[in-house]
Design a protein around this ligand. Structure first.
Ligand code: GLY
Length: 349
């Protein structure tokens, strides 16, 4: 048995473990729910973990293409039709082997096939390990915006095999760092001071605690969207030229400026955001040049967590929390306070 760290996502009757370590993909057969007789592995071409994923029962591998356009209802339909052809029943299991795109799509397909069958995730990107594969948010995009169709569908287990990270492209690593910087602001934890396995397990534990307290985001879970209001708008406005974690890093810097405009934090705390994002996590905090602020404000108004006017997750005296009815002029002013990309990441004056 490989040595690994274990984090439990505590959900009454549906608790599950996240295993973190080198070689944990070998635990796959042992984490499948009892009674599974067939498995479909959903993955992408060339994922080095896929040949190592042995569920111990007959299985078929389905590859989905790369790129945000793959996160669509038509991909889910294709997958479900393949599940039927392979004879998958209600007691069988989908395994998502990949990054956030795969775990979102595979999880959603599992959630609707036969009105819901089991899913296990083998997270192979840093972003999936610290965020996307944990917590049961699954879904696909519509042309009108990201993740607008989906379901809460918890996996039966999540395996985070650190061996997958040795071949991860630098951009993918940056994306994971964007979500990790988010956890830094939620907790103040010095995550970068921890060895890699413990760092990933700590992020998983932060997320597990929040999800355990508010699985369906009726309140506290929204803090996991820190930095995401602008991030989702940027992904749409740039036609996904900015990847999710890159956009989250910029969104964190922006959320600090919105909080400052509302008098919730002082300028030192804004600078602290920039320092953590740029210096500690090596990410860019600048808006891409040439974006139309009206379009960004409009896109932010369509965010899923909008309950009342423009809604943001913002830092403040009580920590990070959801703030509704943020005045549009503060939202616009904060955009003008953002550094604009000129090839160099910038610290606020
Ligand atoms: N990625 C935010 C959440 O899972 O709630």
């Amino acid at each position: 048995m490989s040595s690994h760290l274990r984090v439990t996502v505590p959900l009454a009757g549906r608790s599950y473990d996240v295993l973190v370590g080198n070689g944990v993909v070998r635990e796959l057969a042992g984490v499948l729910p009892a009674g599974v007789r067939r498995v479909v592995i959903v993955t992408q071409a060339g994922n080095p973990m896929t040949p190592l994923a042995d569920p111990g029962v007959p299985f078929e591998v389905l590859e989905i293409p790369d790129g945000e356009q793959t996160k669509s209802l038509s991909t889910v339909e294709d997958l479900c039709r393949s599940f039927v052809r392979f004879g998958m029943t209600r007691s069988d299991c989908v395994i998502g082997v990949g990054g956030g795109l795969v775990t979102d799509v595979a999880g959603f397909a599992a959630s609707v096939f036969h009105r819901g069958i089991a899913v296990v995730h083998v997270a192979t990107s840093l972003l999936a390990m610290v965020d996307a594969a944990i917590g049961g948010k699954t879904g696909v995009n519509l042309p009108e915006g990201k993740n607008l169709v989906g379901a809460f569908w918890q996996p039966s287990a999540v395996l985070c095999d650190l061996d997958a990270l040795t071949t991860l492209p630098p951009r993918e690593t940056r994306c994971g760092m964007g979500e990790m910087a988010k956890y830094h602001f939620l907790t103040g934890d010095d995550l970068l001071g921890l060895p890699l396995a413990e760092r990933i397990a700590r992020c998983a534990a932060i997320k597990a605690e929040v999800v355990g307290a508010d699985e369906r985001e009726s309140g506290r879970r929204a803090i996991l969207n820190y930095g995401h209001t602008l991030a989702h708008a940027l992904e749409t406005a740039t036609a996904h030229q900015l990847a999710h974690g890159e956009a989250v890093a910029i969104g964190l810097a922006y959320a600090a400026r919105v909080a400052h405009e509302l008098g919730r934090i002082d300028s030192d705390r804004v600078r602290e955001h920039d320092r953590v994002i740029v210096d500690a996590y090596g990410l860019d905090n600048a808006l891409p040049a040439g974006l139309d602020h009206d379009e960004l404000v409009d896109l932010m108004g369509r965010d899923k967590k909008v309950v009342n006017g423009l809604t943001f997750v913002l830092d403040g005296a009580n920590g990070v929390e959801t703030v509704a009815e943020v005045p549009a002029d503060a939202v616009r002013r904060a955009l003008t306070r953002m550094p604009v990309a000129d090839g160099r990441a910038r610290i606020s004056p």
